[in-house]
Design a protein around this ligand. Structure first.
Ligand SMILES: Nc1ncnc2c1ncn2[C@@H]1O[C@H](COP(=O)(O)OP(=O)(O)OP(=O)(O)O)[C@@H](O)[C@H]1O
Length: 294
């Protein structure tokens, strides 16, 4: 169980004149995430989603409030205990290219957490990396390449394999499909859902895309200006969003664009569409297409 109790984060930024001004990126956020459930966090750009992700994985500390892992305050943990607990929560970042060392083979990027955080020998490490590559559908040849030799979707797969390499109990995906074209994005979302079915621990999927949130998780948090304004359990369609801000997000979804023509056969739609706002086939709302998930 991961708990945030009244967590706030204040950054000091500079205004145009160079004067320091406080930015309250998180405002008294309280939530609990159990390790068997999938969650999504949705909110506009600048609402504090990435800040929350960084707090959860321990990259940054809160200004006030408490973060507890399995009931224990992380601020009171000894370094060794914290290191082990932290390995249980992994972060997959938005910028896959930036998250990987450009001079390091993909194989080594995936193996690095294994080397740092486990006692596996080189033989066991190799078999683990190959198993992970198989799970995320990367070939043995792709493991030998450098990051710049892979596509955006393949790089995301590398980052997911790297996060899974230490068998975490919880993965935070921060805007992990942004910047991908619609087909590749759907493939990555389905990969994550497939991994979840196959035993990946729970995850928090962070996105500004309400349709992706609905597709990925039943438990959805909506964030506005650093605060969680709504938590929906068993979310199935737009109708489940009640808060005025959530309604505003839904009302401001872009008009449907023709990713594929209306009236295409169901099977085609299932392959290429996750019921997003950018798909005409989803014109009757994501609820219908959510059946694809189940
Ligand atoms: N290191 C920092 N120093 C100063 N301000 C920061 C820092 N990091 C984030 N902020 C500010 O905190 C607020 C929340 O930023 P954050 O990146 O968490 O939002 P976000 O919802 O993830 O946005 P996006 O969807 O665009 O990634 C923003 O106003 C941002 O400018």
């Amino acid at each position: 169980m991961i708990e945030m109790d009244n967590v706030s984060k204040r950054y000091m930024a500079k205004d145009k004149r160079g004067n320091k001004i406080p930015v309250d990126a998180l405002k008294q956020v309280s939530l609990s995430l159990d390790r068997h459930t999938s969650y999504a966090l949705v909110g506009e750009s600048g609402s504090g989603k990435s800040t929350l992700a960084r707090m959860l994985v321990g990259v940054e500390r809160p200004t006030s409030g408490e973060i507890r892992l399995d009931g224990k305050n992380v601020a009171a943990m000894r370094p060794q205990e914290l290191r082990l607990k932290r390995a249980e929560i992994q972060l997959v970042l938005q910028n896959a290219q930036g998250a990987l060392d450009p001079r390091r083979r993909v194989y080594d990027s995936i193996a690095e957490p294994i080397r740092c955080l486990t006692d596996l020998n080189r033989f066991e490490e190799r078999s683990k990396v190959l198993e992970l590559a198989d799970q995320v559908q990367l070939s043995a040849a792709q493991l030998e390449r450098l990051p710049h030799e892979l596509s955006g979707g393949q790089l995301k797969r590398v980052c997911i394999a790297r996060a899974m390499s230490v068998s975490p109990k919880f993965i935070v995906f921060d805007e992990s499909v942004s910047g991908l074209d619609v087909t590749v994005r759907k493939q990555i979302l389905d990969l994550i859902l497939g991994l979840k079915k196959a035993g990946l621990g729970a995850f928090l999927f962070i996105t500004h895309d309400i349709d992706a949130a609905l597709y990925m998780a039943d438990n959805i948090f909506v964030m506005k200006e650093g605060a969680i304004v709504e938590h929906i359990e068993n979310a199935a369609s737009y109708a489940d969003f009640r808060h005025a801000y959530s309604r505003l997000l839904i009302d401001s979804l872009p008009p449907k664009s023709p990713v594929h023509p209306i009236g295409k056969e169901k099977d085609d739609r299932e392959e290429n569409c996750y019921g997003t706002s950018d798909c005409r086939a989803a014109a009757d709302g994501p609820g219908r297409l959510l059946s694809v998930r189940s």
